[in-house]
Design a protein around this ligand. Structure first.
Ligand code: EPZ
Length: 418
């Protein structure tokens, strides 16, 4: 297993190019299951989770390959309807195969994903919504089996704006001839990107990015042709790495629009942010940031996926800052690692109270999920001395060529075999 060895405390500078969005690419690759036609998807990042999707699609009967830099999907034979535990446990986003397969084959069997280090993460909202469109469900040996003989377009309201449930239902409705209305939808930019991909297949989609999405499905869909949006969470992570370590960093091929909540918080903390049409420049004032409280919320609120790196940044604030997590019930695992670096964090329920310290010190630390790993990179880059981050495979699930990009910004980071 690989480790990252970082000698921190050095200012960052230069430019880094942002990759395509992991969380936009995953549902869009699943949408290839909606058609027999050859699908071509560009700007797909080279990540472990994408490799897992590649394996899942191949298992289901698709053939995936990279051609001229594009993720290409064809369908040489019959599709299968099962996503087994072996694949789902590697990546819970495998449940996104349920919507397209249910609509296409009228039957799907998906292993229940189970919890992960950030929370229990049930899929009841997905299942309830499929049932509202006429699906029937039962549990068998740890799998959920959905059948759709009576599936038809309709109207439903999610009890919570779940990102995955919104995506799954959009894909299912895309292949149901007629009008489906989804209410209380997630409003994340990745939903808008999925809507754009579905439109390229001939589906009419209105309202994506807002709470009500109307889909006019078709019985047969065209080929999918799409370029994935820039990764807003990767962008935010590099913005925080620069703010925490100090210096001036420009992010290119980035989209500032979905990062309003982070940009506002960074500016309040004293970091300068300048936005271009497809670039963002972050310039730290030098010294310790002003304390700023954040509280995570569905988009356009402060993203839960940036909560951990934000805490690393606040660890050196001049005063006290709170960080409240409202989306996942167990997303503070990084705090214990920050304590090992000399941070002062006290957790009560879903709120972390950070008392800023003068300095963080390098230490051996361990990543517990993708964004906790990102938080440790941010902290180690800002800390004095040497840190060794273990379980880097979490980071590799979500950050393309991370050490190469950080090294290009001047961070002293190496990947070594552990
Ligand atoms: C997506 O997960 C992202 N993953 C997550 O990114 C992100 O943190 C999350 O949205 C919130 O923005 C992908 O896009 C692949 P949810 P998802 O359904 O779809 C509860 C990362 O690091 N819930 O909006 O699983 C759930 O337990 C990852 O890149 C139910 O109770 O998120 C959670 O508390 C981590 N029942 C909340 O809703 C359900 O059926 C939000 O979950 C579904 C969700």
């Amino acid at each position: 297993m690989d480790n990252f060895v970082i000698h921190g405390g050095k200012k960052l500078g230069g430019e880094v190019r942002i990759s395509g969005s992991k969380n936009a690419a995953l549902p869009i690759l699943a949408a290839a299951l909606l058609t027999r036609e050859r699908c071509v998807i560009r700007n797909v990042p080279d990540l472990r989770d994408i490799k897992s999707t590649f394996d899942l699609l191949n298992h289901l009967g698709k053939k995936c390959f990279f051609e001229a830099g594009a993720f290409t999907v064809t369908e040489p034979g019959r599709l299968k309807h099962d996503a087994p535990y072996e694949l789902v446990r590697r990546m819970r986003a495998s449940v996104l195969a349920a919507g397209p397969l249910l609509a296409r084959l009228k039957k799907v069997r998906v292993s229940m994903p189970g919890g992960c280090s950030i929370g229990v993460r049930p899929i009841d909202i997905h299942i309830e919504a499929f049932k509202k469109l006429g699906a029937e469900s039962c549990y068998e040996k740890g799998d959920i089996v959905l059948t759709g003989a009576k599936l038809k377009p309709g109207r439903l309201r999610f009890r919570f704006p779940s990102v995955g449930a919104t995506e799954n239902l959009m894909m299912c409705a895309a292949l149901l001839e007629g009008r489906t209305t989804l209410e209380n939808c997630a409003r994340e930019p990745e939903i808008e990107d999925l809507a754009a991909a579905l439109r390229s297949m001939g589906v009419e989609v209105e309202g994506a990015g807002g709470p009500r999405i109307v889909i006019r499905g078709q019985s047969k869909l065209r080929a999918l042709r799409h370029t994935v949006i820039p990764d807003r969470i990767e962008t935010g992570t590099y913005m925080l790495a620069a703010a925490a370590a100090g210096g001036r960093v420009k992010l290119t091929a980035a989209d500032p629009k979905p990062l309003g909540a982070l940009i506002k918080a960074l500016e309040r903390s004293g970091t300068k942010v300048t936005c271009g049409r497809d670039s963002i420049t972050v310039e730290s004032a030098g010294g310790r940031p002003r304390p700023v409280n954040v509280s995570t919320a569905p988009h356009p609120g402060f993203p839960t996926d940036l909560q951990a790196p934000w805490m690393s940044y606040m660890a050196r604030c001049r005063g006290n800052a709170s960080v409240q997590e409202n989306i996942f019930e167990n997303r503070f695992m990084h705090a214990a690692e920050l304590l090992r670096m000399g941070a002062s964090v006290y957790i009560s329920g879903n709120k972390a109270y950070v008392h800023g310290v003068e300095e963080l010190n390098g230490a051996p630390i361990m990543a517990s999920d993708i964004r906790a790993g990102a938080a440790l990179l941010v902290a180690a880059g800002a800390a004095k001395g040497r840190s060794v981050i273990r379980r880097t495979y979490h980071v590799d699930r979500g950050y393309e060529r991370v050490e190469e990009k950080l090294r290009a910004l001047g961070m002293k980071i190496e990947r070594v075999k552990g």
